[in-house]
Design a protein around this ligand. Sequence first.
Ligand SMILES: Cc1ncc(COP(=O)(O)O)c(C=O)c1O
Length: 418
Amino acid sequence: MTTAELHDQYVLGTYGRFPVSFTHGTGTEVWDEAGKRYLDFGSGIAVCSLGHAPAVMQQAMAEQSAKLIHCSNLYQIRPQAELAQWISDVAMERPGKTFFSNSGAEANDGLIKLARKRSFDLHGSETHKVNIVTCQQSFHGRTLGGIAATGQDKVKVGFDPLLPGFLHVPFNDCAALREAVDESTAAIMLEPVQGEGGIHTATPEFFQTADQLRDEFGCLIFFDEVQCGFGRTGDWCAWRTILRDSDFSVEPDAVSWAKGMGGGFPIGSFWVADEHAAHLGPGTHGSTYGGSPLASTVSLRVLKEIEDQGLCDQIAEKEELVRTTVQEWGLPLVTDVRGLGLLLGIVVDAQQAGGLYDPDSATPLSIQIVAECLRAGLLVVPAGPDVVRIIPPLNVNHSHLQEGLTILNSVLSRFATA
Ligand SMILES: Cc1ncc(COP(=O)(O)O)c(C=O)c1O
């Protein structure tokens, strides 16, 4: 049976999959079953920070798996504790404590539990504040907590009754945020750069408003850095990249991560500032696999490699290369390049599309372009109907970056009006 036939017969059809199956890769390059080569500007959706099959990950896996792969959280796990130390000392630069999960959605579920438990501890069961304010077009994962937090109806349809207590405000709308937050608010939860929702970057004013509301109502601020965190924007923390030229800074009470922190090895986590950490004490939360010796060792090696290679410092230059190159093309089809660092969205306008564009197809323009890029040997990822996401490995080299952009240009030109 072909891989497609196996999928059709045996794998639950929850994904719309492109008709290709990859067998191996190295760095930014990846090959399919037919031996065709692609440049990977999707990184498994912002996961493969160091590209495919990086030597440091191979080595970390080989070494640690020869010693101890799994160990229950009934016991102390040194690699987990060392990774948590690195997160507080290097990424957060603040005292705090980390819980380890296996994915981003689970990490966000942990944040939701933190918000509720803190309110319960402070206010008691009758009156505790339970509401969490998130943003429209946000994405926080596919668990029942994650879809309730997500500000997109399409992920919720058919799954009622949803977890109650979520309000969604338009992203970057300070007045709406002010309107939504009150005494009943336990937390404000934001993606500093919305990924799945179409690559939108939070404004400093939006952070500032959240900060003021926290002061006023005593709620918490959570940042979901699952997609934008750990180097992708040129800093460990995307909100710091956003505020780098601002005279204002904001410090969240808790942060969730996943994706790039494992470089492809499944791991997620949330960090909680020390002053709130006691709300999740013994018996309040757990995971069989979370923070296993193997996952923690690999993740710490990935993060230290990003640090040792100084990759964060190279992101702004790579971003600039993408932005100026796309601008030089001068394609009317491309109306904007949104995002930050190597989490960029090429915004396309269906009104300006022609050539290969099929306006009668149920497939949106972004996906038609992504499918054509695939045929041309470039992996990119849609982010809504009119955004093509560019999220290459953080260590993508200049020649691959330029080669990928050349492919993208030739594909986009085929979607331009004659
Ligand atoms: C911002 C954000 N939060 C949470 C998630 C969910 O992460 P996971 O798929 O690992 O559960 C995603 C996944 O795309 C995401 O982009």
